[in-house]
Design a protein around this ligand. Structure first.
Ligand code: F6R
Length: 610
């Protein structure tokens, strides 16, 4: 998604903005731009493509300045070309960058055209800059004009604006898209998240919904949506530069795959004793709330949705609690029938996914007993909106394809399952066994990562493929879905997952000797059923690859194709451990196909538009 970096300082900020734009690349984008205040006018450079194209332009015609804004754009309205790149301007006097979507842009555009404005782009953003320019023309200063203008906007946005007539001032506003204020020593910054600024400061103000901020090098002022002057807390952020650097790895995704044992260990840290999930890890008073819960309703998008699907099986099987799981973009427009004592759970790595956030807001009006967010970004909109919170502690996830966020979500959900199981009176010995199992998970993940070289070698067989099928049953069906999603999003190979029992109801027609079929085979009661489904594939000559628990490897024969065994640690842990080989497969296939692994085409990391 789009990214904003802006600064007001006493030194040249061009490099600060450019470093910030590189740090925002992970969000996904297709053009970039910068505008810096000069003496009496604004200088702007924009480029379609990557930040390095913008950098090349700046090297050819450098612009410097102490105050300015910059942006990476992920196209929503209009093509990803230079003309539509941000900053959008009104003449050379006003420039604006924008994340989000303005829903009433067409009506505003007509109105502004009638009053003589000329438009130079296809973006919804350009209406804002003309609206603000018009209001400044009627005598308002930049801060007042922005406050007035946003009153006319429908939709979601975070913006940063500079004017040539107010040297040293940047104005920012947020509604529906995140924006943070960085506090430096005699300088201030704005950005979409903290990562682009951590080389400059560790002190941040997380702007609230509806806030508008005016900042200069020395000071800043925030007004809330009722136009009252407000003070927001300044938070010290602990993210280090190392956490957002690639180190010796070839890609962020590779680094993040290998960080999983540590990320999972941190997600468990301080949340488990030797025999139980510790009380109130979901927030103060959570134990009492969770004690009432008779049903769980989980809502999320993409990979996070897959984590929810795994939890459904475990919730019903281990805690005996009915559980529904739904895609946020569907849920948010439904009128849900909420039964008594239902817990609503959202799962989100970024905490900013527009559909998931809207689903959570929708749920808060719908009469659930409580809302719980499982999230990886503290201070995100979703964390703030939910009543109860369990943070995954995956650390910054930069690769667009989610890896460590997913496995830590699975673990966080398992803590919820176990807590609800305990409150629901599960057999104590069984419960203690699951808790003990969880403590071994990091070690099992480390062992699974030992398959890396095997998957690197295997990947060579897929570089020419255009399709693949993934099969699983029970709680491993969503793991097959996640395997298919990983492969398709980073290697662009069309991949679909099926519950193995569904194969003969249609997809079997696709199977021939050219079709690779991956099956996930844990050591559980569904093994025989899965083997029968796999037989259906081998009978049609399909190219089979079975990822099996080591204990069941001997159940497969040569006709079942390539069998890879690993220790998966029983029913609770197995879906987490089985995820690793599928991530390694997707990663190595993508690398060998030469795709952009960390920033796959058309995708964004934090999907802050609908
Ligand atoms: C896929 C992926 C996406 C996200 C989805 C939800 O690898 O990362 O499918 O899972 O966009 O994002 P969050 O979890 O940030 O709400």
């Amino acid at each position: 998604m789009c990214g904003i970096v802006a600064a007001a300082a006493r030194r040249n900020i061009r490099d600060i903005l450019m470093v910030g734009l590189y740090a925002l690349e992970y969000r996904g984008y297709d053009s970039a731009g910068i505008a810096l205040q000069q003496d009496g006018f604004l200088a702007r450079q924009r480029a379609a493509g990557k930040v390095k194209e913008l950098e090349a332009l700046l090297e050819a015609s450098p612009i410097d300045g102490h105050c300015g804004i910059s942006h990476t754009r992920w196209a929503t309205h209009g093509k990803p070309n230079t003309q539509n790149a941000h900053p959008q301007t009104a003449g050379d006097q006003l420039a604006l960058v924008h994340n989000g979507i303005i829903e009433n842009h067409a009506a505003l555009r007509n109105e502004l055209r009638e009053s003589g404005c000329e438009f130079n782009s296809d973006t919804d953003t350009e209406v804002m800059v003309h609206l603000i320019a018009q209001l400044m023309g009627s005598g308002l200063d930049l801060f007042a004009a922005v406050r007035k203008a946003i009153g006319r906007l429908r939709g979601a946005f975070a913006i940063a604006v500079v004017s040539a007539v107010e040297p040293g001032v940047v104005v920012g506003a947020r509604r529906g898209s995140p924006l943070v204020l960085g506090i430096g020593d005699g300088e201030h910054f704005l950005a979409s998240d903290v990562y682009p600024l951590i080389a400059e400061t560790t002190r941040f103000v997380y702007l609230e919904e509806g806030d508008v901020v005016a900042l200069n090098a020395d000071d800043y002022e925030i007004r809330n949506e009722s136009d009252e002057l407000v003070t927001r807390p300044v938070k010290e952020v602990e993210v280090t530069i190392d956490a957002v650097e690639r180190g010796d790895y070839n890609h962020y995704m590779q680094k993040e795959i290998f960080e999983q044992p540590q990320a999972v260990a941190e997600t468990l840290e301080g949340r488990l004793s030797a025999s139980r999930v510790l009380p109130n890890i979901f927030g103060v008073g959570a134990e009492e709330v969770l004690g009432k819960i008779c049903q769980v309703h989980i809502v999320a998008c993409g990979t996070s949705y897959h984590a929810g699907l795994v939890a459904r099986y475990q919730m019903e099987q281990l805690a005996g609690i009915p559980c529904r799981v739904e895609i946020a973009s569907e849920y948010r427009y439904r009128r849900p029938v909420v039964t008594d004592d239902t817990l609503f759970v959202v799962i989100s790595q970024s905490g900013e996914t527009a559909d998931t956030l809207a689903a959570l807001k929708h749920a808060r009006q719908a009469g659930y007993t409580a809302t719980l967010a499982i999230c990886n970004v503290a201070e995100s909109s979703i964390v703030r909106e939910a009543e109860l919170v369990l943070m995954t502690r995956a650390g910054p996830e930069i690769g667009v394809a989610s890896t460590k966020a997913f496995t830590t979500q699975l673990v966080a959900l398992q803590l919820l399952v176990l807590e609800l199981a305990r409150l629901n009176g599960v057999d104590e010995t069984r419960y203690a066994g699951y808790v003990a199992d969880l403590n071994h998970l990091p070690e099992l993940l480390n062992q699974a990562l030992g398959l890396d070289a095997e998957f690197e070698a295997l990947a060579a067989a897929f570089i020419e493929k255009e399709d693949a099928l993934f099969l699983g049953r029970g709680s491993h069906y969503p793991i097959a879905m996640e395997g298919a999603l990983k492969l398709k999003e980073i290697s662009y190979i069309h991949a679909e997952a099926y519950a193995a029992g569904e194969l003969k109801h249609g997809p079997l027609a696709l199977v021939d000797e050219k079709m690779p079929v991956f099956a996930v085979a844990p050591d559980n009661t569904l093994l025989e059923k899965l083997i029968s489904n796999i037989e259906e594939v081998s009978a049609r000559g399909g190219e089979l690859y079975v990822i099996a628990d080591s204990k069941v490897v001997s159940s497969f024969g040569q006709r079942h194709g390539h069998i890879m065994g690993l220790d998966t640690g029983g029913p609770l842990l197995s879906p987490v451990v089985m995820t690793i080989p599928l991530q390694l497969l997707a990663y190595h296939v993508a690398v060998q196909r030469g795709t952009n692994v960390d920033q796959p085409r058309n995708l964004a990391k934090s999907v802050t538009v609908e």
